[in-house]
Design a protein around this ligand. Structure first.
Ligand SMILES: [Ca+2]
Ligand SMILES: [Ca+2]
Ligand SMILES: [Ca+2]
Length: 177
């Protein structure tokens, strides 16, 4: 969203009207692109993670239905597949590294909901929304690992910050093996 100075997403993933998570977006250097994301993973108004993006190779699309709709359709299918792989590898790493590994709450909810709710299964947009949130939550846990400061995680972190999911998948897979 070019030109937006701030934005926010309030997440009530289980639809019980209680906030579960929120994301705050901000354009700190006022160049028209969001460059700071803050994550509150439990909805208590304290942000656990702040991510600053330094990438600058954005492209601005014409705001017309066809361009946007083509882009979204192509992107959504590819991105959902990427999310599933990234989440899989993140969980493999966390399962090895965390003392008391547990499945993330939202992940567990989604796994249950997608068996129950045919609408969620059918909508790629909903899948993308949930997978995106699940990815961010496991990513945060990865950054909390002692091992995350090791040099082997440096490139992984760069790939994540650049939103380079192809690269991230490759690197996570290497880390798992
Ligand atoms: Ca809720
Ligand atoms: Ca900016
Ligand atoms: Ca919080």
């Amino acid at each position: 969203m070019f030109g937006a100075e701030i934005g926010w997403l309030k997440v009530d993933y289980d639809c019980d009207e209680e906030l579960d998570m929120q994301i705050w977006y901000e354009d700190l250097n006022s160049d028209g692109f969001i460059d700071c994301l803050k994550y509150d993973f439990d909805g208590d108004e304290n942000y656990e993670q702040v991510i600053t993006i330094e990438k600058e190779d954005y492209s601005i699309l014409d705001f017309n239905y066809e361009d946007l709709s083509d882009l979204y359709k192509n992107q959504t299918n590819a991105v959902v597949t990427q999310y599933v792989r990234m989440i899989f590898f993140l969980k493999e790493i966390l399962a090895k590294q965390e003392q008391n590994f547990v499945i993330d709450d939202l992940d567990a909810y989604y796994a249950r909901a997608s068996q129950l709710d045919i609408k969620i299964m059918a909508s790629k947009e909903a899948q993308k929304y949930y997978q995106d949130l699940i990815l961010r939550r496991y990513w945060w846990r990865l950054t909390q690992l002692t091992a995350f400061s090791n040099s082997s995680f440096q490139l992984i972190n760069v790939a994540y910050l650049n939103g380079d999911f192809e690269q991230l998948i490759l690197l996570l897979e290497i880390q798992v093996n």
